[in-house]
Design a protein around this ligand. Structure first.
Ligand code: ARG
Length: 468
């Protein structure tokens, strides 16, 4: 059977005698993924056309037609009236082909001195910079909800855990502020990524730069870029900015996952440290009593995607020779997936935190288990002049004695304690009561309510600074 005549791509088909095979065409089309870049692509083309005009490569009437056409396309896409054609491969060619239809010959000049290689690198940087801003704002939203809860719980005591075993009493506010700190680092990492991303590749053309008199610095200014790239070959093949963002998002992802893990543990009936709002839980189709922390579990599970996407991107890049290779087209699928997950998760986690109510009584009563103030007893001995190692050994023996009696060390009589060290006196009670011991952690970074209140104050100022 005779093969159907394939249509030749009008934007690059000059040297071709036949169109692309159907499978090759659908295999290489990226429009379903990269159409998200339409807004920055149009923004880039408008600025580029203005610069072409400055360089006398297009006249003012052509510029006018191009701008009008691009704005019309923007409107069509926003109102879902644009016909995306997979045979035109990607967002850049779809928009250019439509522009030619609207603006005619003028539109055929827009690609002067420009290649899709520098175009896509520019679009992606513009797009990701905006996305980073969105993520920074959502991070602040989550931090705000943490601050509010922490503020309400500076005096709520709970067991602090190491190895998931009861270790020392802490305040719930202090624990929440630990999460706040993790997110502050994510915030500053993303700011750093954005700084290095803020370089404009446009003007690099396909690989070697352009012969046309394009004012790259002016173009960068128009597009809001801080700097311009210094090497055209690097500029079209570099995707470090995608890798760095994916890496920062995977660190943020594991933070969200770890926070959710604790939320899941605390909301279990065995722990019962917190109560989650109905809004973020689901039931079981068979067990009528169930209320499951599914959203927290989906964030914990979904964070794997941020790690997988980073691995995908690293694998994609590792063997690529300079300069542009079509492999690079796949970068978007990975990074978009990480962005989508991160934005939804930050918002959802803020909702979880807002509706999360601590079970103050249960948290407190667990502080009276697990020989939780054993370290404070050792500290007491140290303050009375005993070397810490020796004190550790004495307290170890006291703990063993208490465990044998199935009591807590604070339940032992003073006379019993004195059998292990004559130094122990009545004043020991302040060191054994978890509610008293937390008050002593007054150093910067400590769990004492007064200290946590100070940190909350600093954190509030920090958020105000970030939002201004
Ligand atoms: N869709 C392509 C990408 O995202 C655009 C660049 C195509 N360049 C080329 N020389 N085929 O990477």
């Amino acid at each position: 059977m005779a093969k159907k005549e394939k249509e030749i791509n009008p934007l690059w088909g000059g040297r071709f005698e036949s169109g692309t095979d159907d499978l090759a065409q659908s295999f290489s089309a990226s429009i379903d993924i990269d159409k998200r870049l339409f807004e920055v692509d149009i923004q880039g083309s408008i600025a580029y056309a203005e610069i072409l005009n400055v360089a006398n490569l297009i006249n003012s009437s052509e510029l006018k037609k191009i701008k009008k056409g691009l704005n019309k396309i923007l409107d069509e896409i926003k109102h879902d009236k644009f016909n995306w054609d997979p045979s035109l491969e990607d967002v850049h060619m779809n928009i250019e082909a439509r522009l030619v239809k609207i603006a005619g010959t003028a539109a055929k000049k827009i690609h002067t001195g420009r290649s899709r290689n520098d175009q896509v690198a520019t679009d992606l940087r513009l797009f990701l910079k905006n996305q980073i801003d969105e993520i920074l704002n959502l991070t602040i939203l989550l931090q705000k909800s943490l601050l509010k809860k922490a503020d309400e719980n500076t005096d709520t005591i709970m067991p602090g855990l190491t190895h998931l075993q009861i270790a020392q009493p802490v305040t719930f506010g202090h624990h929440l502020m630990a999460w706040f700190e993790m997110l502050s680092r994510d915030y500053s990492r993303l700011e750093d990524v954005k700084k290095r991303m803020d370089v404009m590749p446009l003007g690099s053309a396909a690989i070697s730069g352009t012969r046309f008199n394009i004012d790259r610095k002016f173009l960068a200014k128009k597009l809001g870029f801080e700097k311009i790239s210094r090497n055209s070959m690097d500029a079209v093949s570099d995707r470090d900015f995608v890798l760095e963002l994916a890496s920062s998002l995977s660190i943020l992802g594991i933070h969200l996952s770890r926070i959710c893990e604790e939320i899941i543990i605390w909301s279990s009936s065995q722990f019962s440290y917190i109560h989650l709002s109905d809004e973020v839980c689901t039931g079981s189709s068979i067990m009528p009593q169930k209320k499951n922390p599914d959203m927290a579990e989906l964030i914990r599970g979904g964070a794997s995607k941020t790690i997988a996407n980073l691995m995908g991107l690293l694998s994609l890049m590792k063997n690529l020779p300079l300069t542009y290779n079509r492999d690079l087209q796949d970068d978007k699928e990975y990074i978009f997936s990480s962005l989508d997950f991160t934005k939804d998760s930050l918002e959802l986690l803020s909702l979880i935190i807002e509706g999360m109510e601590p079970n103050i009584e249960k948290m407190k009563s667990d502080c009276f288990t697990g020989q939780i103030t054993a370290t404070d007893l050792a500290d007491y001995l140290v303050e009375k002049g005993i070397a810490f190692r020796k004190a550790h050994e004495i307290v170890g023996k006291i703990v063993a004695h208490a465990e044998k009696k199935k009591v807590q060390i604070f339940e032992l009589e003073i006379s019993e304690l004195r059998k292990f060290s004559k130094i122990i006196n009545e004043d020991i009670t302040n060191y054994l009561n978890p509610q008293k011991t937390i008050l002593s952690r007054q150093q910067v970074g400590g769990t004492a309510p007064s200290q946590v209140k100070k940190e909350i104050k600093i954190a509030k100022k920090e958020l105000i600074r970030k939002q201004s």
